[in-house]
Design a protein around this ligand. Structure first.
Ligand code: NAD
Ligand code: UGA
Length: 465
């Protein structure tokens, strides 16, 4: 099976970068990324590359090289499905908000809608690739929906379903796609697995391509995210112990991480993990474990989320306590609103919960994030409006474009992402403009302590007793 034409359904944080890299590395393959969101597709087709819908270092250069040649963004879903030999499903898979399994199970409605379209419009032999992160056994549902068209139509269609989860992290997506530690392909048909492998082999060593059955591949993606999130919760739980005992989290991370069996990565403390996936994927894992009656296993994984929620609350409480037990009417500068540095993505960002809790206490927030725009923050902070019982006591927030203005007259500066620009701040300039006694809460442990500590500010750093 030689692949000449790819269609990817879903032009998001995964579909966009992953297909752009395939187009870049495989000039002989036409890659069409389709989406129901017209605005998003318009942004992908913007001449001004600073207006692409997602920010990823290096992505603009690839789009410049490939767009219009063998990479296309469009809303013509049916036509592109019909022309494709291989179709990636890369749509969103959020946690169900209502109904059976709400708050835990994955809402598969976008996957189902895409699969129905494929079933109806695909022509001849087509390989369907699950790129979205899915509950284990979803391929069974996909196969069933795909086959339904054969029951109605005389024209026989042949489908092969593969699982090929994506492991890229936002902010480093292009590098992760160019140099992945592994590519995972699960499937039943060797022919289909080989067709997908031959695409990746254009730039990835064969030894890095792992092939498994469908269920192991689907489950591995959930478990990979659960293990990563587990490390963040583990180190964050230790920050509290360090603060209580006088130990230093940086030394503890170094000391444990130099043991190869533990490893040095993903041991950075912070305000809790954010992002669109860790929480939803663990909740899904919890749901699946409960479904199979594995209650002890489910409560083990639920613990990772509990610690994450606790860390966000703990830090908010700590800020309030340090500011003499009240933040009502006090100016607080929030530096960093996305869920991590180098992305404009704010989904599940700890900054949302921490800002909302401070607003509930009556704080006046100045928010700065060079990658996140005003309307995104407004949208995120308004989502929880209904939770506030007494809105008259609520604080206010403003959007800032200059870090130093953000900190003007502030009682406290709260650093919530590890953005490079926060590592080189001029603390003498900041401290002069703050109200005394002034505080810096470094929830990521990134500021230059040598420079900051000589200024007239109190510094609190996560995990430092
Ligand atoms: P996203 O929300 O950024 O993009 C999904 C896109 O799918 C949206 O633009 C949406 O309009 C489109 N879509 C939904 N239904 C559609 C339909 N029926 N037809 C056409 N388009 C449709 O989501 P994302 O962050 O790219 O994540 C996609 C999947 O990849 C999820 O399952 C996620 O768990 C997984 N994943 C995400 C990341 C990440 O870093 N964001 C990394 C690895 C895996
Ligand atoms: C994560 C995984 O790293 C990817 O492999 C996976 O493909 C992706 O989820 C997904 O399935 O969506 P991502 O969420 O983009 O990627 O970013 P991470 O770098 O993993 O960070 C997640 C959160 O953990 C961030 O809030 C980050 O600040 C936090 N984190 C990470 C820490 O607090 N400490 C660390 O040491 C590492």
């Amino acid at each position: 099976m030689k692949i000449k034409n790819i269609c990817c359904i879903g032009a998001g944080y995964v579909g966009g970068p992953s297909m752009a890299v395939i187009a870049d590395k495989c000039p002989d393959i036409q890659v069409n990324i389709v989406d129901i969101n017209e605005k998003r597709i318009r942004s992908w087709n913007e001449n001004d590359l600073s207006k692409l819908p997602i920010y990823e270092p290096g992505l603009d250069k690839i789009i410049k090289r490939c767009r219009g040649a063998n990479l296309h963004f469009s809303t013509e879903i049916e036509k592109n499905i019909a022309n494709a030999d291989m179709i990636f499903i890369s749509v969103n898979t959020p946690t169900k908000k209502e109904g059976y399994g709400a708050g835990q199970a994955i809402d598969l409605k976008y996957v189902e809608a895409s699969t129905r379209k494929i079933s109806e419009f695909a022509v001849g032999e087509t390989i369907i690739v699950e790129k979205s992160t899915l509950p284990v056994k979803t391929a069974e549902t996909i196969k069933e929906i795909l086959e339904s068209s054969n029951k109605k139509n005389k024209q026989l269609k042949k489908f092969y379903v593969l699982s090929n989860p994506e492991f890229l992290a936002e902010g480093t997506a292009i590098n992760d796609l160019f140099f992945p530690e592994r590519v995972l392909i699960g499937g039943e048909s060797l022919e289909a697995i080989n067709a997908l492998s031959s695409i990746y082999k254009n730039w990835i060593e064969i030894s890095k391509i792992i092939t498994t059955d469908l269920w192991s591949s689907e489950l591995s993606k959930l478990i990979a995210n659960a293990f990563l999130a587990q490390r963040v919760s583990s180190i964050n739980s230790v920050t509290a112990l360090c603060e209580a005992t006088g130990a230093n989290i940086k030394d503890v991370s170094l000391a444990i991480g130099t043991d190869k069996r533990i490893g040095k990565y993903f041991l950075n403390p912070g305000p809790g993990f954010g992002g669109s996936c860790f929480k939803k994927d663990i909740l899904n894992l919890v749901y699946i474990c409960n479904h199979y009656g594995l209650y002890e296993v489910s409560s083990y994984w639920q613990g990772i989320i509990n610690i994450n929620n606790w860390q966000k609350k703990r830090l908010t409480r700590l800020i309030i306590e340090k500011l003499f037990g009240t933040v009502s009417g006090k100016n607080i500068a929030i530096l960093g609103f996305s869920f991590k540095a180098n992305t404009n993505d704010t989904r599940e960002s700890p900054a949302i919960d921490i800002s909302n809790d401070l607003l509930k206490e009556g704080a006046i927030l100045s928010i700065y994030d060079s990658r996140v725009n005003y309307s995104q923050i407004e949208n995120d902070l308004n989502k929880n409006d209904k939770l506030f019982n007494d809105q008259s006591k609520e604080g206010k927030w403003s959007y800032q474009k200059d870090i130093y203005k953000t900190a003007k007259n502030a009682d406290a500066v709260v650093i919530l992402t590890e953005s490079d620009e926060f590592k080189v701040l001029d603390w003498s300039k900041i401290s002069k403009n703050m109200r005394s006694p002034s505080w810096v809460f470094d929830t990521k442990g990134i500021i230059n302590m040598k420079e900051a500590s000589v200024q007239d500010i109190n510094i609190w750093t996560v995990g430092q007793g």
